[in-house]
Write a protein that binds this ligand. Structure first.
Ligand code: HEM
Ligand SMILES: *[C@@H]1O[C@H](CO)[C@@H](O)[C@H](O)[C@H]1NC(C)=O
Ligand SMILES: *[C@@H]1O[C@H](CO)[C@@H](O)[C@H](O)[C@H]1NC(C)=O
Ligand SMILES: CC(=O)N[C@H]1CO[C@H](CO)[C@@H](O)[C@@H]1O
Length: 331
């Protein structure tokens, strides 16, 4: 009984928390906030279209570890390893863009716009620039006070659909949200190490993964080499072999032709719980775009800090210095 009450109260609090995010949260406190971020993303995108993939992955990794609180941005110190240094972070990119946006925002309105909102807004803008949906992103997130390598528990690329779904379900996301969000693999790259097992000796059979198109497997093998004889140093390949820089539904079409790169991507088209969603998105680009916009908004609300929780960091890579009035007993 007591337990149920606690669960009820916590779920009320979570509900309230997300209710405090608002579209245009900075309208009066920093009216140029969204246009400043958009300008910086546009500038970067003009010379490097891969920024869309970088930000999407950063946003996902941030939100799945302690909620969307910019904990992924914290640099490790000599005494403490932060989220950034965990294995699955591997090659999360785009930290410098967040720094540039923060610098411009601090100049325009000091200590107002959170790093967590910068990630959300920059991702939203980069998605739109790459041909994805344009959507209004609620803001008002606060930055977290904890970033610990031990908290990082992200899904791996060789999971089954039900295994992967357990991670999304724990964040309040549906199977439809998961299939939609994995559509982010319509842009960006993967290092060979994440799918090499599929190319020549799948599960010890001495054969490529039978769920991968043999022509594709042969091509990827030439790029990647084998685990014992790798070609140069861990090269990358496009996750969407069709339209690699465009946020569109081609990723789903590719998986229907056995051209998913990661095992989990291919599984989406094969598992009976997700195959029908994949075929809808593959044949209906507008349905995908609409679903992607709403799933991104849902992702951006996972376990956020609002109100007086957390802080507004001055520098996205370090926590603000503690106020001197806080005396800790024993120190
Ligand atoms: C079951 C869930 C997921 C798994 C197992 C997974 C796994 C991976 C792996 C292994 C890579 C390659 C990383 C590298 O080689 O550097 C990757 C890349 C990527 N992932 Fe995911 N991912 C998942 C969900 C998501 C979600 C929900 C998003 C965003 C909404 C996302 C966005 C991306 C993007 C954009 C890239 C390309 C990054 C780049 O080019 O720098 N992923 N993912
Ligand atoms: C901010 O302005 C936009 C555009 O006028 C409006 O849609 C939004 O509701 C406003 N938000 C707040 C919190 O005032
Ligand atoms: C779907 O992918 C296949 C295989 O790569 C390609 O031949 C076909 O043109 C694609 N269909 C659409 C509608 O883009
Ligand atoms: C960008 C970044 O901080 N990457 C780190 C990811 O984690 C590895 C260790 O697993 C570090 O070596 C990288 O520096």
């Amino acid at each position: 009984m007591e337990k149920m009450l606690v669960v009820f109260l916590i779920s009320c609090m979570l509900h309230l928390a997300s209710a405090q995010l608002k579209v245009g949260f900075y309208n009066s406190t920093c009216p140029r906030a969204e246009s400043i971020v958009r300008g910086i993303v546009q500038q970067r995108f003009n010379r490097d279209r891969s920024i869309t993939a970088a930000l999407l992955r950063m946003h996902f990794h941030d939100c799945f570890v302690r909620g969307c609180d910019a904990s992924i941005l914290i640099d490790s110190t000599r005494s403490k390893s932060s989220e950034k240094d965990a294995g699955p972070n591997l090659t999360v990119r785009g930290y410098d863009l967040i720094d540039a946006a923060k610098k411009a925002l601090e100049a325009a309105c000091p200590s107002i716009v959170s790093c967590a909102d910068i990630i959300t807004l920059a991702t939203r803008d980069a998605v739109a620039l790459a041909g994805g949906p344009k959507y209004a992103a609620p803001t008002g997130r606060r930055d977290g006070l904890v970033s610990d390598i031990a908290d990082v528990n992200l899904p791996g690329p060789s999971l089954t659909v039900p295994e992967a779904f357990s991670f999304f379900k724990a964040k309040g996301l549906t199977l439809n949200d998961m299939v939609t969000l994995l559509g982010a693999h319509t842009v960006g790259v993967a290092h060979c190490g994440f799918f090499q097992d599929r190319l020549s000796n799948f599960q010890g059979t001495g054969q490529p993964d039978p769920t991968m198109d043999p022509g594709l497997a042969a091509r990827l093998l030439r790029t990647c080499g084998t685990a014992s004889r790798p070609v140069n140093r861990d090269p990358t390949v496009f996750l969407d072999q069709g339209t690699s820089f465009v946020v569109d539904n081609q990723f789903y079409n590719q998986t229907r032709f056995k051209k998913g790169i990661l095992q989990i991507d291919q599984e989406l088209a094969l598992d009976k719980s997700t195959a029908s969603i994949v075929s809808i998105f593959a044949s209906n680009g507008i349905a995908f775009q609409q679903s992607f916009a709403s799933a991104m908004i849902k992702l951006s609300k996972v376990e956020v800090l609002v109100g007086k929780a957390g802080e507004i960091r001055k520098n996205c890579r370090v926590f603000n210095p503690r106020k001197p009035t806080v005396l800790r007993p024993g120190l």
